[in-house]
Design a protein around this ligand. Structure first.
Ligand code: C2O
Ligand code: CU
Ligand code: CU
Length: 509
């Protein structure tokens, strides 16, 4: 059944609870747990107030490089670092500083730069007023150190995440909170950081490189991170102020004719990025789990859903003074409550600077060997769906109603329930189906899977952990787990994840 936007709006409009709830809860939106007390701002806030243009951060600053997490170990092949998770203040806008939650004082977390095969230990100190966890998105770490919501770090508590990276893994990954019901809010408060894993056999080791962490933010009148509205919970929250490495529309200077590697992470909770760089073409050389077998050249646009990463090569023009704009093109993802994007959204300017022109780069035809996972031992079918909103259920509150809306295999997440069981070493084939009218980016914990087909159409080999599913679309993936334990799979629109569009796979020894 398809939920009609009008029905839904009517249901929401007739829910008498919000204005009362907003008044009863003066701290709404300041990091309050949302369990049945979701921050609600009443009808006025249903359509998010855009930040007024005079309150935008300054544009055109040179693109910042994120600080690197210091390695406290001197032993070869080991990395040990400390991340403090705490509230900090940042002058993002003219006027009052914005309170953020930060990894090592951030606006964004430090870059954790590792080598394939490293033994890693990261100490996480939670100085927030609420529990959190840190999830290593895309990394094949033991489930016991992967930030499962059950392993919440209490305020004042610490946790040591230790893991060893495989010898053959390289690529762009990230870390972010995963406490159940609190993830979307904590990411909105700015908790997210990138991980790069490098490998000796990197085909682009000599190229200039930029890491672009794209996030979005919405501010209230006091320059603070705005509270989630009911519409945000439903659609997934998009901030109007889109940031690259924490900066608003920064500028990247390049040499004439330079070929540069761009690693792009979509760290937004819900914003889809349809990346395009008019005046240049994109060559995709890597996905979530590292290099593609063969480059995809001549792309004019590329969809990057929340949680996903891509590696691109771009050759910039030869003419000094020319400038290009990296934009996100309109993409309609089936939002129920808020209008879809209608115009290209500028993300970053690239300016060809007066520098010595770069030598021509020749692209290798083969980038990596991706050995296909063979014939599956287990086949599964996983269905994402939405339950039409029924406002007779509104007696339990808006939150209760929405908590039953976003489903996997007809159920909402329960931390104490195992939904699927598997076995270490077995090859699983999943058919994931979107039986709803809205896009959902499907994500599986515990490492990388091979995307085999989309809508029945075979796909070139690639390692992924997050793949979009348009309405009624399906995908086929193959995966093998080498460590026992519980793995989560969920929609990476973080509000949907918090509302329970998530399940548990128990992998047995
Ligand atoms: Cu990036 Cu379970 O998430
Ligand atoms: Cu993940
Ligand atoms: Cu979703």
């Amino acid at each position: 059944m398809i939920m009609q936007r009008r029905t839904l709006l009517a249901a929401l409009a007739s829910a008498p609870l919000w204005p009362l709830a907003a008044r009863a809860n003066p701290h709404a939106g300041h990091g309050m747990p949302m369990h049945d007390s979701m921050p609600m701002n009443g009808m006025a806030a249903m359509h998010a107030p855009s930040s007024s243009p005079d309150a935008l951060p300054p544009a055109g600053q040179p693109l910042a490089t994120l600080p690197r997490l210091a390695n406290r170990s001197t032993e070869a092949g080991t990395f040990s670092g400390v991340i403090d998770i705490a509230e900090t203040r940042h002058a993002l806008l003219p006027g009052a500083p914005t309170r953020l939650w930060s990894y090592n004082a951030g606006p964004l977390g430090p870059l954790i730069e590792l080598n394939a095969g490293d033994r890693v230990a990261i100490t996480l100190n939670n100085r927030l007023p609420e529990e959190t966890t840190v999830h290593w998105h895309g990394l094949p770490v033991d489930p016991r150190v992967d930030g499962h919501p059950r392993d919440a770090i209490a305020p004042g508590g610490s946790f040591r995440a230790g893991f060893t990276l495989p010898d053959n893994l390289s690529g762009t990954f990230w870390y972010h909170p995963h406490p159940h019901g609190l993830t979307a809010r904590q990411v909105a408060m700015s908790l997210a950081g990138p991980v790069i894993i490098r490998h000796r056999n990197d085909p682009f080791a000599g190229l200039p490189e930029s890491l672009l962490v794209i996030s979005d933010q919405r501010f209230d009148r006091d320059n603070q991170v705005a509270a989630h509205t009911p519409a945000d919970w439903m659609d997934g929250r998009e901030g109007e102020v889109v940031l690259v490495n924490g900066q608003y529309r920064p500028r990247l200077d390049v040499a004439p004719n330079e070929t540069r590697r761009l690693r792009v992470l979509n760290a937004c909770a819900a914003r889809y990025l349809l990346l395009s760089l008019p005046g240049a073409t994109l060559t995709r050389v890597g996905t979530d789990g590292g290099a593609l077998a063969r480059p995809e050249t001549g792309l004019s646009q590329l969809l990057l859903t929340p949680g996903e990463r891509t590696e691109l090569l771009v050759t910039f023009p030869a003419r000094v003074g020319q400038s290009l704009q990296l934009v996100s093109l309109p993409y309609a993802r089936g939002k129920m409550m808020q209008p879809e994007q209608t115009a290209a959204l500028p993300l970053m300017t690239v300016a060809v600077a007066d520098r010595a022109p770069a030598a021509a780069f020749s692209l290798p035809a083969q980038l990596a060997t991706i050995v296909p996972l063979g014939r599956p031992d287990i086949r599964r079918r996983v269905v994402l769906s939405e339950r039409p909103m029924d406002h007779r259920m509104a007696g339990g509150g808006m939150m209760a109603m929405m908590k039953n809306m976003f489903l996997i295999d007809g159920r909402t997440y329960d931390m104490n329930r195992v939904d699927l069981s598997g076995k270490v070493g077995q090859i699983e084939e999943w058919e994931v189906v979107n039986d709803s009218h809205m896009d959902h980016p499907f994500h599986l914990h515990g490492g990388q899977f091979q995307l085999i087909a989309r809508n029945g159409k075979p796909q070139p080999p690639s390692w992924r952990d997050t793949v979009n599913l348009a309405p009624r679309a399906s995908l086929t993936l193959r995966v093998r787990f080498d460590t026992p334990g519980e793995r989560l799979y969920h929609c990476h629109i973080l509000e949907h994840e918090d509302l329970g569009m998530m399940g548990t796979l128990a992998v047995h020894a």
